[in-house]
Design a protein around this ligand. Sequence first.
Ligand SMILES: NC(=O)C1=CN([C@@H]2O[C@H](COP(=O)(O)OP(=O)(O)OC[C@H]3O[C@@H](n4cnc5c(N)ncnc54)[C@H](OP(=O)(O)O)[C@@H]3O)[C@@H](O)[C@H]2O)C=CC1
Ligand SMILES: CC(C)(CO)C(=O)C(=O)O
Length: 311
Amino acid sequence: MKILVVGTGGVGGYFGARLAQAGNDVTFIARGNHLEAIRENGLLVKSINGDVCIKNAHAVDAISDIKHPDLVLTAVKAWQIKEIREEIAQVIHDESIVLPLQNGVLAAKELAEVIPAKNVMGGLCRIFSMIEAPGVINHVGYKPEIVFGEPAGSSSVRTQKLSRLFEQANISYKSSNDIEADVWKKFIFICTSALLAVTKTTYGELRELKETRSMMIGLLNEIYAVSQKAGVNIKAEFIDKTIAVIDSVAYDSTSSLTRDVWEGKPSEIEYQNGTVVKLAEEYGVEVPVNRFVYHVILPMELKTRSLKGNA
Ligand SMILES: NC(=O)C1=CN([C@@H]2O[C@H](COP(=O)(O)OP(=O)(O)OC[C@H]3O[C@@H](n4cnc5c(N)ncnc54)[C@H](OP(=O)(O)O)[C@@H]3O)[C@@H](O)[C@H]2O)C=CC1
Ligand SMILES: CC(C)(CO)C(=O)C(=O)O
């Protein structure tokens, strides 16, 4: 299968390398010294599941350099979707699958505003990985998994095609019959990242102090209430299950947004708690904890973006 990985970071670098390792024709979109290093030395993925180096990885900086991919994995940060969607629309063919792996609930919608909706599937991923150095990805935690599904539910020829692809590449996957609910479930969980960021805690520290634990539970319940107004099919027990997951993750775990905020990098706050606040306003739901963490991070976010010329 001809695969285009747009964004060769923690996510795109890992999954793209596993697909290339399995013999697929993978092109990686990267830029700057990361692209140069990949071209010079190949793409090295260090992983708790076993390292792999894709020598002679096909890496370019322009999406327009590749024509007619069968599968496009979008693996840029959520706010970068709007920067890449026009170019993707220009290179795909009638049956290409565009599969977003972003955190948040807006990626598929933002892609389908420009790319024909029939080409866009719903998706998400789980992994703990990052760019360690130019040309080097480090997968340090979580069993990597891709979840995908038809926006309308049910299995299809292309969900079967993706299942075979990931199976052959030894990538854990779930073909979902309700990808909207799965994307929202991850969204509810991941929105605790901003609470970790503002309280300067790991999941272990956040959950053990009763004051921060109660904020965490409040934050989760608020997003659940928004999901119900949005008509997403999630049962109320999901919140208790999420709390149980948080109680079971390694004490020192954090998440990508938390680390981005701490490191003064642009973060996905607009696509996480910022989105919760906007949707809550639309639906008339009170979300005081989400509003608080969003507003605390916002000044740092705006400063970081203006310093980096990204505002
Ligand atoms: N990392 C993780 O553990 C997990 C991440 N996610 C989600 O996956 C998504 C991707 O995250 P992650 O992989 O961590 O992000 P990274 O920042 O590690 O990777 C994104 C890469 O895409 C590059 N990129 C962006 N736009 C372009 C462009 N136009 N041309 C070329 N390269 C480009 C970025 O370059 P540059 O830095 O120059 O912008 C960067 O190297 C996010 O939504 C995240 O929330 C989900 C689960 C786990
Ligand atoms: C929490 C985690 C690692 C799960 O995949 C994640 O999505 C992130 O760090 O952004």
